[in-house]
Design a protein around this ligand. Structure first.
Ligand SMILES: *Cc1c(COP(=O)(O)O)cnc(C)c1O
Length: 457
């Protein structure tokens, strides 16, 4: 074991290929269904939204997919990212556990999201796409894609959830700085947006609605625009594998191997990016490891949702996927400040939770911010509220070690910094945040709106 606190890789250690867990999944993948016919989707249907190269990645059985040089060149602006041992946090907790974290907040926009934004912009550019559409919640994804589109000379239209558009202007301005056009969703620019506004002119919007708008614009553009998603899809999770591949090397530098790896999960991309390379070691080399995905109690898809086929978006235009879901009609409670608001969960994460390889945990909002503040006071970094969900569980596990005397090695992904989330911190520090557990009755009600898919043989 090393007594270093900081584990840095030089540029030559930047991964040359992404890890594709399709090659090692212990359960066969479930088909992705067309939202209209409910039959397995054809590449033609997906080709309206995505370039063929990304569709092929989505279904590829290859374990390694080469990272194109132009993508690696841009990655080198901030990658490899550092990994730290949280020595000061260990001291503050008085735990015998060793706590490590991988820090993705050093990217230009402050989160892991550029890892896939840059790749998606590249493959679209290569396929001749001129413009992309996307949705964004708090703006992390929109700002990552805006930066990437700017690098590759693509236009970008962002449908930003209306409450965030008004309450979180700084990320919108970052997107505009990179040349993107940003609209408060629901908008009057789409059929779907107009139908929502007719029923509720004051709709605050949701991620599901914004996805529907961005998909509609691309699908009706006659091929001029493609659509890009920042989480949930297999190719997105795969692009994030650079995080965990670097972390494997960095744990080797530290001379330890984690007993558990932890990530927060909204759609599942930073969690999968960090943990799947460790699952690769488990599946192929029998290196046992506990893998924990953490979600908010107010948006508990894995811990309270059902594992079933559901639409990827609110308007039922996106493909139907087998996943843990709260129902595509889910609208997150207004008092929830911590992000991670998607109604479903990536198909492979869902399958691995269902199969028992990944453990899902839900944490409450107040204990999450409590962990965030404690972390910042020890380590100096103010975490994104999303990332704080992972910190909460890392601290809980370190405290269990304190009680039992076990010297476990705990590693988590710090997916981003919280510099644009100070309003949420302010609410927390002033005692204005409350806990809210999403009610089981609302999940049960939403399950009555699931697509009626034919039995799969
Ligand atoms: C978007 C985001 C998340 C949640 O998305 P995943 O796809 O689940 O990773 C988590 N952390 C940060 C900092 C984010 O920006």
């Amino acid at each position: 074991m090393s007594d270093q606190h900081k584990f840095l890789l030089d540029e030559s250690r930047l991964p040359k290929a992404w890890y594709n867990i399709n090659a090692d999944l212990p359960v066969p993948p479930q088909p992705v269904l067309h939202p209209g016919t409910m039959q397995p989707v054809t590449p033609d249907f997906l080709a309206v939204l995505f370039p063929m190269s990304l569709i092929m990645q989505e279904v590829s059985p290859e374990r390694w997919i080469e990272i194109p040089e132009p993508v690696r060149d841009i990655y080198k602006l901030w990658r490899p990212t550092p990994m730290y041992r949280a020595v000061r946090l260990e001291k503050a907790l008085d735990t015998p556990a060793h706590i490590y974290y991988k820090y993705e907040g050093v990217s230009p926009v402050g989160s892991h999201k550029p890892n896939t934004a840059v790749a998606q912009a590249f493959f679209n550019k290569e396929a001749g796409t001129k413009a992309l559409t996307t949705e964004t919640g708090a703006g992390q994804w929109g700002s990552a894609l805006a930066m990437a589109c700017n690098f590759f000379g693509l236009d970008l239209e962002v449908y930003m959830v209306k409450v965030s558009y008004h309450q979180k202007p700084y990320r919108r301005i970052i997107m505009e700085n990179f040349g993107a056009s940003v609209y408060a969703s629901p908008t009057d620019r789409t059929h779907y947006g107009r139908s929502v506004l007719e029923q509720d002119p004051n709709s605050p919007g949701s991620l599901g609605m914004a996805i529907s708008e961005a998909v509609e614009v691309a699908a009706t553009s006659g091929g001029a625009k493609k659509y890009s998603l920042g989480s949930v899809l297999g190719h997105v999770l795969m692009h994030q594998s650079v995080v965990g591949l670097e972390a494997l090397d960095q744990m080797e530098m530290a001379g330890e191997y984690p007993d558990m790896v932890i990530g927060c999960a909204g759609g599942g991309s930073n969690f999968a990016g960090f943990t799947y390379p460790f699952l690769w070691k488990k599946f192929t080399e029998k290196k046992n490891i506990q893998v924990i995905a953490v979600e908010p109690a107010s948006c508990p898809s894995m811990t309270k949702g059902e594992y079933t086929f559901d639409y990827g978006d609110t308007a039922a235009m996106a493909p139907i996927v087998k996943m843990y879901t709260l129902g595509h009609t889910f609208i997150p409670p207004g008092i929830h400040a911590g992000g991670l608001r998607y109604h479903g969960m990536a198909a492979s994460v869902s399958a691995l939770v269902n199969h028992g390889d990944i453990e899902a945990r839900a944490v409450n909002q107040l204990e999450t911010f409590d962990a965030a503040v404690q972390f910042s006071r020890s380590e100096g970094i103010i975490p994104a509220p999303e990332s704080a969900h992972a910190i909460r569980v890392a601290i809980d596990e370190a405290l269990k070690c304190k009680a039992s005397g076990e010297k476990k090695v705990i590693a988590f992904n710090l997916s981003g910094h919280g510099h644009f989330d100070m309003t949420a911190y302010e609410q927390y520090l002033r005692g204005q945040l409350q806990d809210y557990a999403y009610p089981a009755e609302m999940v049960a009600e939403a399950m009555t709106h699931l697509p009626q898919v034919p039995a799969m043989g």
